[in-house]
Write a protein that binds this ligand. Structure first.
Ligand SMILES: *Cc1c(COP(=O)(O)O)cnc(C)c1O
Length: 413
């Protein structure tokens, strides 16, 4: 497959420009999208309203790990739409048991608490950690502390942005919830020093995606696991972006053979079709919740469970993890060859990369605009970094072609 060779700027196209302007006119500007208007997508390719094709190197921030319109996921969604979509948790539906059992098994854990968005799953983890802290560990009322890492991204609720150190995410949204202690990411000594008798949990991303695919030093996750066990503290791994095949393993924690107390999952769990998130943990942790203490109207709905089950079926084959692992070699080789040629640094794990652009070449945004003109869609993060997260179904030829475009764009001065 090859993308169109047309290089006309989207803004001058027949349907794109008016559609883009219309879309921007009636929304809050809480995003700064590239000037493309997508109408269709399959696998790793998207088509815009003017019929131009683009290779998707973002995959919906890893929500589309299995690619657009994966036939098995679409089939599950279509079939379920005709049967039942929602009961609320007031009643049990026939998709619930399969989903929770399959996801629990994938994680090697007893229980699953389904929610919708990633931020809700993180909020759920925070609540479970605190309740466990009071009910099981015996922390005095309202004194529980959760340790988080600098540079984190865990979502957009007021509680979560309160422990972000990104001014854009945080400024003007206070007052913030207390009870969070921030330590430098990757620094085990700082983490250990921050643990007190009031510490209930540690919440970290095994790899910081939004932060620019920041990979902690090897041994960090194992160290957190050991500290958590030694100090009777829960380890919650936010695998919302890093998990479910992206890094070449089912979970990013698998790279250190580490099992956290709580898996926090989202994004790809919904197959890019519906929002599905979950906290997955053993009975001694999730068992602290009693009826009425937490919930969600849409969490664990029948459509979500049907799609989520199909997602877990795909992951259970191991094919996607293997693919990400194999293609990682190509991604790393090509990106490392760009260092000194418009790229100043790269971090690669599985089919996931943070690419630091030489400021002399332009900003991350400018590079993404030039990529778009060549039929490749990617997104900058933190000014000068581009995050590459192609759907795990991308072919070797297509990925090679996409990386050719990046090499050409950053090589141009
Ligand atoms: C995207 C993301 C979230 C938030 O997920 P939403 O579905 O956008 O609420 C939380 N944590 C991590 C690591 C993420 O990448």
């Amino acid at each position: 497959m090859t993308a169109t060779t047309e290089t006309t700027a989207a803004a001058s196209s027949a349907r794109t420009a008016p559609e883009f302007d219309r879309a921007e006119a009636r929304t809050a500007h809480n995003y700064h999208p590239l000037p493309v208007v997508v109408a269709h997508a399959e696998g790793a390719w998207m088509t815009d309203v003017d019929g131009r094709r683009y290779l998707d190197l973002l995959a919906g921030y890893s929500a589309l790990n299995f690619g657009h319109s994966h036939p098995r996921l679409l089939e599950a969604a279509h079939a379920q739409l005709d049967q039942l979509t929602l009961t609320s948790r007031a009643f049990v539906h026939d998709q619930f048991a399969d989903f929770t059992a399959k996801l629990g098994d994938l994680c090697g854990k007893d229980l699953v608490l389904p929610m919708n968005t990633g931020a809700e799953a993180v909020e759920t983890a925070v609540k479970v950690i605190r309740k466990w802290g009071y009910r099981v560990k015996g922390i005095p009322a309202d004194q529980a502390e959760i340790i988080v890492a600098s540079g984190n991204f865990h979502g957009r609720t007021t509680t979560i942005v309160g422990f972000s150190d990104d001014p854009d995410a945080r400024d003007d949204f206070g007052p913030f919830a207390p009870g969070f202690v921030t330590v430098p990411y990757g620094d085990l000594a700082a983490l250990e020093a921050a643990i007190t008798p009031h510490t209930a949990g540690i919440l970290v991303e095994p790899i910081q995606g939004e932060g620019g695919v920041v990979i902690p030093p090897h041994g960090y996750l194992r160290g957190i696991r050991d500290l958590a066990t030694a100090h009777d503290v829960l380890f919650a791994a936010d695998e919302i972006q890093a998990g479910l095949g992206r890094t070449g393993r089912t979970f990013a924690c698998d790279h250190e053979d580490v099992v956290p107390d709580l898996y926090v999952l989202g994004k790809a769990l919904g197959g890019g079709i519906v929002p599905v998130s979950a906290v997955v943990a053993d009975r001694d942790v999730l068992g602290v919740l009693q009826p009425g203490q937490h919930g969600s109207t849409f969490g664990g709905n029948a459509l979500a469970c049907a799609v989520g089950s199909a997602v877990v079926d795909l992951l259970a084959t191991g094919d996607f993890q293997r693919r990400a692992d194999e293609m990682s070699v190509l991604l790393r080789e090509r990106l490392e060859a760009m260092i000194g040629h418009g790229v100043v640094g790269v971090r690669v794990r599985g089919l996931w990369a943070g690419v630091d652009i030489d400021p002399a070449v332009g900003t991350g945004r400018e590079v993404c605009e030039r990529l778009m003109a060549r039929g490749v869609l990617a997104k900058d993060t933190h000014g000068s970094t581009i995050r590459l997260a192609p759907p795990l179904v991308v072919s070797e030829d297509d990925l090679t072609w996409g990386l050719d475009q990046l090499a050409a764009v950053v090589g141009q001065r």
